[in-house]
Design a protein around this ligand. Structure first.
Ligand SMILES: *[C@@H]1O[C@H](CO)[C@@H](O)[C@H](O)[C@H]1NC(C)=O
Ligand SMILES: *[C@@H]1O[C@H](CO)[C@@H](O)[C@H](O)[C@H]1NC(C)=O
Ligand SMILES: *[C@@H]1O[C@H](CO)[C@@H](O)[C@H](O)[C@H]1NC(C)=O
Length: 377
């Protein structure tokens, strides 16, 4: 089925407007088929320890063995926050698709509602870019919580978001009304962490999808020690609201542990408690099938910008700015060998941890990313 035929509704219930932007809540109904990994020895779904160790194995460098792939299909509702610049004169015909990381939902991009200073939508809209932050399948406000191991895998995210990008680009008299009420000529993939690796995978598998990539909380020199040492728990055991979730939906068990991996350097100390109170999940399938995300994207030639905090525990590992810049630069030969030097940019703000724009350096990150996009698109 063509994705454009699958779009159904525009919900205005979440409509909100602040200076510089107009936001609404939207929902896409997306049919997708994915070749998902089949694991040789899946965990006992009733044994929390077993499920957690299974999710962590790929981070440890020993992904669970697979016996090939199998086709998994479904029609999934993907919720989004869609914001457009209120100044139509300054508005560009460019949509940024914002894809969150592990244990977050789309509210990551709205600074978790904490302060305008950490709101990516506001910063992008002020520069003339429309923004669509989506909840990845199985997360955020999405109504469905599919099987965490068999269905919610990275390849399924890639297929769903490939269909979503086709939908936001398409509007013809023959197709049903588009969810956004208009079509966009240009789409920029803006990822954070896991959302960045999904971006590099889209660049490899569907190079026509994005006109540019902004990959944050990202490098090809990773150190996942702190993922392994953090305390994980089944979300069902952690928050009453998640009580019915399958054990394969996992989350971080302690506020201090969460703050230590996502924040470093200079940030508002009131943010990590709020962040912990609102944390989302990772599924065991998202963790175990990570190898599909770690391949280079030869053939992708469009602009790529990598922005990662110098104190990012996973991707710059508390190095100096110069050490971090070396790692970010290395991601071009490692993952984007056909992106020219002129089409590649990096930014490594100091005193900044993994959740890059939730730190006080956010205005500099907004400026670096949008200066690059203005120059390249
Ligand atoms: C649960 O899984 C762990 C790790 O695989 C294992 O050591 C333990 O024996 C299992 N517990 C039960 C009750 O099966
Ligand atoms: C809207 O954008 C145009 C073009 O950038 C600018 O000249 C104008 O001052 C802006 N209007 C407001 C109200 O900000
Ligand atoms: C990886 O990170 C851990 C914790 O941040 C650190 O102790 C360790 O030295 C790092 N390993 C390497 C090879 O840099």
């Amino acid at each position: 089925m063509r994705s454009a035929q699958a779009l159904i509704c525009l919900l205005l219930s979440g409509a909100a407007s602040v200076a510089g932007q107009d936001c609404s809540t939207v929902a896409f109904d997306i049919p997708a088929t994915s070749q998902n990994a089949v694991f040789t020895s899946p965990p006992n779904p009733n044994n929390e320890t077993d499920v957690i160790q299974f999710m962590l194995a790929a981070f440890r460098g020993t992904p669970p063995p697979t016996s090939g792939t199998t086709a998994v299909s479904g029609t999934f509702t993907i919720m989004g926050t869609y914001c457009v610049p209120s100044n139509q004169t300054a508005s560009k015909n460019v949509l940024q698709v914002l894809v969150h990381g592990i244990t977050y939902g789309k509210d990551y991009w709205a600074g978790l509602g904490f302060a305008d200073e950490f709101n990516w939508h506001l910063a992008a809209n002020a520069r003339g870019y429309a923004t669509l932050a989506i909840d990845r399948l199985g997360h955020g406000e999405n109504p469905q919580r599919p099987d965490p191991l068999a269905v919610v895998q990275p390849q399924m995210h890639v297929e769903v978001l490939h269909q979503l990008i086709a939908a936001v680009r398409t509007q013809s008299p023959l197709s049903p009304p588009s969810v956004l009420g208009r079509a966009y000529d240009k789409v920029v993939w803006v990822g954070h962490s896991y959302g960045s690796f999904l971006g590099s995978t889209i660049a490899r598998q569907f190079p026509a999808d994005a006109d540019a990539m902004v990959l944050m909380g990202f490098s090809t020199t990773e150190n996942f020690t702190d993922v392994l040492t953090a305390a994980w728990t089944a979300a069902a055991h952690h928050a009453p609201a998640d009580g019915n979730l399958p054990t394969g939906y996992l989350t971080l068990a302690s506020e201090a542990g969460r703050a230590a991996v996502f924040y470093a350097g200079e940030f508002d100390p009131a943010l990590p408690p709020l962040d912990f109170a609102r944390e989302d999940t990772i599924t065991d399938g998202e963790g175990a099938a990570i190898p599909v995300l770690l391949e280079p994207a030869p053939g992708f030639t469009k602009p790529v910008f990598v922005a990662t905090g110098a104190q990012d525990v996973f991707f710059c590992n508390f190095g100096s700015v110069a050490e971090c810049e070396t790692k970010l630069a290395k991601s071009r030969p490692d993952f984007f060998p056909d992106v020219s030097e002129a089409n590649f940019g990096i930014f490594a703000p100091d005193k900044t941890g993994h959740d890059i724009h939730l730190h006080f350096s956010a205005p500099r990150t907004y400026a670096a990313v949008h200066d690059f996009l203005d120059a390249k698109l």
